[in-house]
Design a protein around this ligand. Structure first.
Ligand code: SAM
Length: 410
């Protein structure tokens, strides 16, 4: 095995991060340079030293090199809206006098800063105390987080009034004011190291957004199992809007709040039931077409058995699309549509995936179904398919018309 490949495996063992093969050459070149700087005989000796010294300072350099710290304040704003309008009021109504929120994998502090703004605006002037803990495996990112200075790009989604109120401008950068910054604490924590212990645990809310996407399913499952133990029994776990814990968190159940997907701890008596074959027709009322049978694989999906499962399947479908596993996406989207036949967005995504795997006839049938759902005006909209990267309802309608036009003329 080449030293570069060994290093990739070592990175995964240490941090859970699976580097894509296209990174191999760049990582090998980088390791060669580090070997020279650190006076090792060659890259092999450098990799070997890392393997033998998991606590060495060089790991700090390496982890900073391999982690992706893409983030911004108010990233996925619908989740923060859900926090301020739904989750925080519910936690306060439960009688809490203090709230603790953990941002796991907090990058350069964008997420903790957002949480601090939201909590201040929700709880300022009340007698509920609050604190935010931000942790990351990258020590350099944490140093930046503690400085709490953000670029214009990073704050672009902060509402103007909040930006004005909570930040001070310094030559093009925005510094979070100390009055709310003092509620945030930072710590170096590697989520894959066991036992996982975080000062301030248990937490009322944990944000684990855009971190697990770099891990293999087994590591995701291990991390979620550890994190679950640090969540208050009635707490909330949020992952990124296009992530799903469906296959990796038997101890958690999904709930939809204002179009946002949240996870809660499943209590002992609630074992995860299987999805039962649902014979509900996908066809709009009045259609003569018989429903397709539920794909056999669907019966193996974990489910919390409620009507919200269609959202869980849709999220899982989106995740599979992101991972470019279109066949898996097809299965999830089909399962979602069996439970909720009126989602024109899921139906449209299913059509796109069918097209992607070369089944254009079946894709057209889905595009026709989208038009039928929209014609009947019964279409259900899902927040996870809204945003700049997704077509609007009108655009979907236009695309489906175009895709089915030849057919309509024949
Ligand atoms: C893409 S950023 C996500 C930042 C923020 N949560 C968001 O959604 O905008 C991923 C972060 O996860 C961190 N990370 C990756 N592996 C980790 C691990 N094993 N333990 C803790 N943090 C990790 C990275 O250092 C990086 O800062």
């Amino acid at each position: 095995m080449t030293p570069g490949r060994k290093l990739m495996l070592l990175v995964e063992r240490m941090s859970g991060i699976v580097l894509p093969d296209r990174e191999l050459q760049r990582l090998t070149d980088w390791a060669g340079k580090r070997a020279a700087i650190c006076s090792f005989k060659d890259t092999s000796a450098y990799v070997d030293a890392l393997r033998r010294n998991p606590d060495s300072d060089e790991w700090r350099v390496l982890l900073s090199r391999v982690t992706v710290k893409e983030s911004s304040l108010f990233r996925a704003p619908q989740q923060f809206k859900c926090l301020s309008e739904n989750i925080i009021p519910e936690l306060v109504d439960s009688g809490r006098r203090s709230l603790r929120i953990w941002s796991a994998g907090c990058a350069r502090g964008e997420e903790p800063a957002t949480l601090a703004v939201v909590l201040n605006e929700c709880l300022g002037g009340t007698n509920v105390r609050w604190s935010v803990v931000g942790t990351d495996v990258d020590a350099e990112a944490l140093e930046a987080a503690r400085r709490a200075r953000f670029s214009r790009r990073a704050v672009r989604r902060v509402p103007a009034e909040s930006l004005d109120r909570h930040f001070t401008t310094h030559a093009g950068s925005y510094e979070l004011n100390s009055e709310i910054r003092r509620h945030i604490e930072y710590g170096l924590i590697n989520l894959v190291r066991e036992p996982l212990e975080v000062p301030g645990q248990p937490f009322d809310v944990i944000l684990l957004r855009n971190v697990l996407i770099y891990f293999r399913k087994e590591s995701q499952a291990r991390v979620v199992r550890s994190i679950e133990q640090l969540l208050a029994p009635d707490g909330f776990l949020l992952v990124g809007p296009s992530e799903s814990l469906m296959h990796v968190a038997p101890g958690m159940k999904a709930e939809e709040r204002n179009g946002v997907f949240v996870y809660r701890r499943r209590h002992e008596e609630e074992s995860p039931p299987e999805v039962v074959a649902n014979r509900k027709s996908r066809e709009p009322q009045g259609s003569a077409t018989a429903p397709k049978p539920l794909p056999a694989e669907t019966t193996r999906f974990e489910s919390d058995g409620g009507a919200k499962d269609w959202v869980a399947f849709a999220v899982a479908g989106r995740q599979a699309e992101i991972e470019e596993d279109l066949r898996l996406a097809l299965r999830y989207y089909r399962a979602s549509l069996y439970l909720q036949p009126d989602s024109y967005q899921v139906c449209y995504r299913l059509g796109l995936c069918l097209e992607g795997v070369g089944w254009s006839g079946r894709a057209e049938a889905e595009f026709r179904a989208v038009l039928e759902i929209l014609r009947l005006g019964s279409g259900k909209t899902l927040a996870i398919f809204q945003g700049p990267e997704f077509p609007t309802r009108n655009e979907i309608e236009a695309a489906c018309r175009e895709a089915t036009q030849n057919d309509a003329m024949s």
